[in-house]
Design a protein around this ligand. Structure first.
Ligand code: ATP
Length: 356
């Protein structure tokens, strides 16, 4: 078996004069779980459709396990898709839905083989007790399992999943996320998973591809993307609450000026007096004075249950948000001080690119 399960080589998709995907390059290994993350309309679903053969690329090449698939029909690509809306046939039972891909388009008529394979995947997704029901009689989570089973039954080479959990409530989403990851560990097939939920991306991905307006912004492990965002788009998109991105000025001793504060950074570039954008994650703030401080007046407090996000303003800055963890909690009007370790002070140039 070839090392690369999925390869995109300079793939673009243009609708009229609108560039939906711009020169997309990606190589995925056999067991990898890769998440496409980005805002609505950035091109996530289009990439899945190009791989599955639902859309044709305007230019570029796509390979699955070393085979060029550009000219193959969707059914000949062996790419299984799982959608947000499940796409189960309402008039068929769960068992019939699962078995459908086995029988369709000249597949097997052997009832024993069909029953065995249906049962095998139904067991894998733990839905054997629902096989005789129709989709309308299932819960959202059960429907999602049935859709997964139907995707699994043809033993696909790769999986693509388009926001498969977004119709579920928060609790079910958590348990299905765990179930999906466990299933992926067992099956070990390369999977591309689309979401605009950065929490889902961080918790599930081996690697994340952050997309914006059809272009790749950054590819990396969740830790790389979180700790070293390559530009202000990634910095602002990944992480909750959103990173504070504040105009500042670089000083000559690895420090930056933000409003009335001077903060030490690990940024080695010695650009004196250059305008920069400084990134401070609310969650990296220590709620006490240290060597790298920002102080201001609390203008809003949001209690989340486990922590409080306070918004502060200073004589020259407005709307900075920092996290306080119990037992520290402020009220509006308090004067508070937060400190940052130099490695948590991110610096970007005026074009929004990270400076290291
Ligand atoms: P969402 O998270 O909302 O599902 P997405 O990132 O999956 O969004 P895509 O569905 O890939 O986005 O669409 C990317 C862009 O391409 C969008 O601006 C969309 O309007 C455009 N687009 C998609 N299909 C077509 C089409 N058939 N004709 C014209 N434009 C299209």
């Amino acid at each position: 078996m070839v090392d690369a399960a999925i390869e995109f080589h300079s793939v673009s998709k243009v609708y009229g004069d609108f560039v939906a995907i711009n020169n997309f390059d990606l190589t995925m290994t056999q067991r990898e779980f890769l998440v496409l993350l980005g805002p609505s309309g950035c091109g996530k679903s289009t990439i899945l459709k190009l791989l599955a053969g639902i859309e044709d690329p305007t230019s570029g090449e796509i390979f699955v396990n070393g085979t060029l698939v550009n000219y193959l029909l969707p059914r000949d690509r062996n790419v299984a898709m799982v959608f947000q809306n499940y796409a189960l046939y309402p008039h068929m039972t769960v068992a019939q839905n699962i078995a459908y891909p086995l029988k369709s388009r000249g597949g097997t008529r052997n009832r024993v083989v069909i029953a065995e394979k249906t049962m095998q995947v139904a067991k894998l997704v733990e839905i054997t007790d629902q096989l005789e029901k129709r989709p309308a009689a299932l819960s959202g989570g059960q429907r999602q399992r049935a859709a997964l089973a139907r995707a699994l039954v043809r033993d696909p080479e790769v999986f693509v999943m388009d926001e498969p959990l977004s119709n579920l409530d928060a609790q079910l989403r958590d348990s299905m996320r765990y179930h999906l990851m466990e299933l992926h560990q067992r099956i070990g097939k390369a999977t591309i998973y689309v979401t605009h939920d950065q929490h889902e991306a961080m918790t599930m991905a081996d690697r994340i591809v952050v997309l914006n307006k059809g272009s790749v912004q950054q590819v990396g492990t969740p830790i790389e993307v979180f700790n070293s965002p390559i530009n202000t788009f990634v910095a602002g998109f990944v992480g909750h609450p959103r990173m504070n991105l504040v105009p500042g000025k670089s000083l000559d001793n690895n420090s930056v000026q933000v409003g009335e504060f001077s903060l030490e950074t690990n940024c080695k570039s010695n650009l004196k007096d250059t305008p920069v954008i400084v990134g401070l994650r609310p969650t990296d703030a220590k709620p006490e004075a240290g060597s790298n401080n920002i102080s201001g007046k609390v203008t809003a407090c949001e209690f989340t249950g486990t922590d409080t996000i306070v918004t502060i303003s200073t004589p020259t800055l407005d709307g900075l948000r920092f996290r306080q963890i119990d037992p520290v909690s402020s009220v509006e009007g308090d004067t508070v001080t937060f400190s940052y370790s130099p490695e948590h002070v991110h610096v970007f140039n005026q074009d929004g690119q990270r400076i290291v």
